[in-house]
Design a protein around this ligand. Structure first.
Ligand SMILES: C[S@@+](CC[C@H](N)C(=O)[O-])C[C@H]1O[C@@H](n2cnc3c(N)ncnc32)[C@H](O)[C@@H]1O
Length: 217
């Protein structure tokens, strides 16, 4: 989320980190441009890099992304995890699903990534297979419920990544604008639950708009 630039790091540090991110391949660069032009909230490049490292290191075979948008995160995750991995990504907006499937097809990943058009809470509730890696990047007010739904399904060495958990710095603010209170309260609840749940070892990273990272213990 580009409006978070400078909310955690000093602006010059954030700009530096943006500048040193390696150039993306042409498809990801085109997706970033498309998202900018259409005002779509794809993951920040540095968060995408973090996802790629995590997918690679964890050896995840079963990945779930909550919130597809145009498929940027899903493509990054699937490429990094390798062709044995399967990604289920959930998006409720029909037009966005069409765009995501188009980019995923162009990436040659249609057999590896399944875009489920559904409400995220409903889709998570019916998942039955163990999840090795879940990336939560959807309705902020629902983060606590997403966590409740995915934790019992995490595999033995499963991991959770969640984006925007510092929400432009507002989760740490004393004065929160009225229109943000619902989101901020939900994110505070989520962060506390993630950090204190005895099933997890967790950390919140000052990356992008704040990234929560947890491994099952
Ligand atoms: C922040 S974007 C996801 C970005 C994506 N993870 C990436 O890495 O580029 C969140 C997406 O969640 C979708 N969304 C909003 N409400 C939803 C819901 N109730 N169920 C499923 N998807 C939803 C939005 O349409 C939006 O495309």
């Amino acid at each position: 989320m580009k409006d978070a630039l400078g909310a955690i790091l000093r602006p010059e540090q954030a700009a530096y980190l943006e500048g040193v991110e390696p150039a993306r391949d042409p498809l990801l660069a085109e997706m970033e441009e498309w998202a900018r032009e259409h005002g779509q909230p794809i993951s920040d490049p540095e968060v995408a890099s973090f996802l790629a490292v995590t997918a690679r290191l964890s050896g995840a075979r079963s990945i779930v992304e909550v919130g597809t948008n145009i498929g940027y995160g899903a493509i990054v995750l699937a490429r990094a995890a390798g062709e044995d991995a399967r990604v289920i990504t959930i998006e409720n907006d029909a037009e966005t699903v069409v765009v995501a499937r188009g980019f995923i097809a162009r990436a040659g990943l249609s057999s590896q990534i399944e875009v489920r058009q559904a409400d995220a809470l409903a889709a998570l509730a019916v998942l039955t297979d163990p999840i090795d890696l879940v990336y939560i990047d959807c309705v902020k007010e629902h983060y606590p419920a997403y966590l409740d739904l995915v934790l019992p399904k995490l595999s033995e060495r499963g991991a959770v990544v969640a984006d925007n958990v510092l929400w432009k710095g507002l989760v740490a603010a004393a004065d929160v604008p009225a229109h943000e209170i619902g989101r901020v309260q939900a994110l505070r609840t989520f962060n506390h639950a993630l950090l204190t749940d005895s099933r997890l070892r967790s950390v919140i990273l000052p990356l992008g708009d704040g990234v929560a990272y947890a491994a099952r213990v």
